[in-house]
Design a protein around this ligand. Structure first.
Ligand SMILES: *Cc1c(COP(=O)(O)O)cnc(C)c1O
Length: 399
């Protein structure tokens, strides 16, 4: 079958809840993917940063294969011999005392919301049902009902009511708005340290640290959704590491599974995590031994290959070079590490650029019509980055 046949099948039998670029991927290795016709592309999306370690990293594949010969799923009704070591490694990697494993990013966000609400009632003393969480406009926290109840994007929340109450949307990058909105019922402030889906919106320096100070002073939990920004994507292990802004809870996902399995988690100190008691939260697949083996290997790759440093330096080069490209419609290049975006003028159809880039052998996807995110696997080699920059230049000069 040809690419078009697979696309037709998707359209014929699938719900139309995505609008993908017309490209079919059938194999992948590190930074490159290949279609059924044998054409290769540089992957500059990395499955929204779930493939930071590169496609099918041999160390992670080996861990998965090894575990597939032992045991894959036990449920949490029993202990398994992979979860403890994985959670220990995750706590050491992140610098927190405890971790709770789930599967998808949205579930990590749900878990953080539940932790914050319980903490609010049991530790802070907010009457149950009154807990309030402050979030940011233009956020993206996933697709569950609680997550879309926080959304300000009608495409995400439209006609899915009734929505979960207890969320207050405030402007992003405005610590004063947060300070003023905190009241006796406020249990948490939840933001992405860099808004990924909104188009890689990097807040002003100091914003995260200000949020941290405000939350500490007012007895409110600070929750960062690092699902897209975490695990070396932005040039540090976590995006908040650019500032003195340690959150009380981090939501993690995407690259925690090394592009092989959906693995998510929250991490927090015991003071917060202790609100969970037997029966109060869980997941059939969360913490399964296969996921834990893969998660452990994924963390090892990030650490051994120093992907934070690679991401930092290649990111600097990427922004510098893209800034220099002559392109009439380009307005701005922004980002940190290897999470970057080109912002074009209002009303510009970035889709057309993505199609051209695809034709030239580079895959990237627009967000919000006029913005393209560029997020290659962090294992990208210097030569591959140069090749990518040549393609981007060749295409951008036409616009
Ligand atoms: C992708 C993403 C999510 C949701 O993760 P899923 O695995 O798709 O549920 C949540 N928050 C942020 C910031 C994300 O980028």
């Amino acid at each position: 079958m040809k690419s078009q046949d697979y696309i037709d099948l998707d359209l014929r039998f699938g719900a139309h809840n995505y609008h993908p670029l017309p490209v079919v991927i059938s194999t992948a290795k590190a930074c490159r993917v290949q279609d059924p016709e044998g054409k290769t592309y540089l992957d500059f999306l990395s499955a929204y940063s779930a493939v930071n370690q590169g496609h099918l990293h041999p160390h992670i594949v080996a861990a998965a294969e090894e575990q597939l010969r032992r045991v894959s799923l036990t449920s949490r009704a029993f202990h398994n011999d992979k979860m403890g070591p994985f959670l220990k490694a995750l706590c050491e990697f992140t610098g927190y005392e405890a971790a709770l494993p789930m599967n998808t990013g949205a579930e990590a966000v749900e878990t953080a919301i539940k932790a914050a609400r319980r903490w609010g009632t049991e530790i802070k003393g907010v009457p149950n049902g009154r807990q309030k969480i402050l979030c940011a406009e233009n956020n993206f926290h996933g697709r569950t009902l609680a997550a879309i109840s926080m959304s300000s994007d009608p495409d995400s929340y439209g006609n899915y009511g009734p929505y979960a109450p207890g969320f207050v949307k405030l402007p992003f990058d405005d610590a004063r708005a947060v300070e003023q909105a905190i009241d006796d019922d406020t249990v948490a402030v939840l933001v992405e340290p860099i808004q990924g889906e909104a188009g890689v919106v990097v807040p002003r320096e100091g914003y995260l640290a200000e949020l941290q100070k405000i939350c500490e002073a007012r007895g409110v939990l600070l929750v960062f959704d690092e699902i897209q920004t975490g695990f070396c994507r932005t040039g540090k292990r976590f995006a908040w590491h650019y500032e003195d802004a340690r959150p009380d809870i981090m939501c993690l996902g995407k690259a925690l599974g090394g592009g092989i399995l959906p693995i998510s988690a929250i991490v927090a100190d015991t003071e917060v995590m202790k609100v969970f008691t037997p029966g109060s939260h869980g997941s059939t697949f969360g913490g399964n031994p296969l996921a834990c083996a893969v998660g452990m290997a994924s963390l090892e790759v990030l650490e051994r290959e120093k992907l934070d440093q690679r991401s930092f330096s290649l990111g600097e080069q990427f922004r510098k070079e893209v800034e220099g490209i002559r392109c009439r419609s380009k307005r701005m290049v922004r980002g940190r590490g290897l999470l970057n975006a080109i912002v074009f003028q209002e009303g510009f159809r970035a889709w057309d650029v993505c199609v051209e880039l695809k034709n030239e052998g580079l895959l990237a996807k627009q967000t919000h019509g006029n913005i393209i995110r560029f997020a290659p696997p962090l294992v990208i080699q210097e030569k591959e980055m140069e090749e990518a920059l040549r393609i981007i230049e060749k295409v951008l000069v036409k616009f």
